[in-house]
Design a protein around this ligand. Structure first.
Ligand SMILES: NC(=O)c1ccc[n+]([C@@H]2O[C@H](COP(=O)([O-])OP(=O)(O)OC[C@H]3O[C@@H](n4cnc5c(N)ncnc54)[C@H](OP(=O)(O)O)[C@@H]3O)[C@@H](O)[C@H]2O)c1
Length: 281
């Protein structure tokens, strides 16, 4: 059986390597396929252009592109157009995979005033870029009865060290008011994609992918400073949470038998600080 990763960057590559290690044939599509490591068959493909042939035995497709910048045009092309184009190519080649997973974002949810958010909560962010990600989800779920959407919160992990760099560089600021943040380690995001596509016979259409502990940003910064042996960052005014205050609840994902290797930011950041893993280019 073949697995196709459309948009094979850091997350897609981690998924592909895990599946290749299980003996699957994995094909990775991106515009710069020379960056795709051994174990995955890299192919040059621009998801906004006519796509290469898809092998008949393709069992799973994972769509994991990212927009090149934060403009609406970039989001429309990387999410809405790319998803439609992959579905067109599957139809063109008469390939019906068992599962098509779209990597989405919890940005599709708006502001919940710090309340808990699940798959059932309205995904009605007013932000134009978030609405385009939502539109891409709907393209998949409307056109395929084998579609699954995984809404990831903020990905951190090897090489994704924004908060660590802020603490080390002395630019971190503890928000004067509590600021909920939600995150998932890159490896847990990859493991969740493998789980949902390979282990479940009948997954739900939508899952939230976020670790078990939404946390105040200040607490994470204090933890990192302590782990690094640095003084606590100063408190002050910060810009509010981008896109809205909410606490993501991933209990539906856990109810399917998935368990997090990094259930909270503590285990995850300790692994990052210990230099575990690499970011795929
Ligand atoms: N970062 C976060 O905190 C976060 C949070 C929630 C969800 N997500 C989602 O997680 C997913 C994966 O993120 P990531 O970190 O793995 O991103 P990444 O490393 O930037 O990978 C994205 C890949 O998409 C490819 N791509 C972009 N446009 C393409 C196009 N037109 N045709 C073909 N390939 C294209 C890029 O390769 P080329 O440039 O070589 O084409 C790149 O390999 C994205 O869907 C993102 O929306 C991220």
């Amino acid at each position: 059986m073949t697995v196709l990763i459309a948009g094979c960057g850091d997350l897609g590559t981690e998924v592909g390597l895990r599946l290749a290690a299980r003996g699957e044939r994995v094909i990775g599509w991106r515009r710069s396929p020379e960056r795709i490591p051994e174990g995955i068959e890299g192919r040059a493909a621009d998801l906004t252009q006519p796509l290469p042939p898809i092998p008949q035995d393709t069992d799973v497709v994972v769509i994991a592109t990212a927009a090149g910048d934060r403009s609406e045009a970039a989001y429309r092309s990387a999410y809405v157009d790319a998803t439609g184009n992959v579905l067109d190519a599957l139809e063109r080649d008469g390939v019906r995979p068992r599962r098509i997973l779209f990597v989405s974002s919890t940005a599709v949810y708006g502001d919940f005033d710090g309340g808990w958010v699940t798959e059932e909560s309205p995904a009605e962010s007013a932000a134009p870029t978030a609405r385009l990600v939502r539109e891409a989800e709907q393209v998949l779920l409307r056109r395929s009865d084998r579609g699954t959407v995984l809404r990831l919160s903020g990905i951190y992990g090897p090489g994704r060290t924004r908060l660590i760099d802020q603490v080390k560089g002395g630019t971190a600021v503890l928000p004067a008011e509590a600021q909920w943040t939600n995150r998932i380690h890159r490896d847990d995001a990859a493991a969740a994609i493998v789980h949902l596509t390979m282990e479940l016979d009948d997954p739900a259409p939508v899952y939230v992918g976020s670790d078990e502990q939404p946390v105040d940003l200040g607490e994470v910064l204090q933890f990192l400073a302590a782990e690094l042996g640095l003084p606590e960052p100063p408190s002050g005014e910060t810009s509010s949470t981008r896109g809205g205050a909410r606490r993501m609840d991933s209990s539906l994902l856990r109810s399917t038998g998935f368990s997090f290797a990094y259930p909270t930011y503590r285990e995850g950041y300790r692994a990052v600080l210990a230099g575990k893993g690499v970011r795929h280019p």
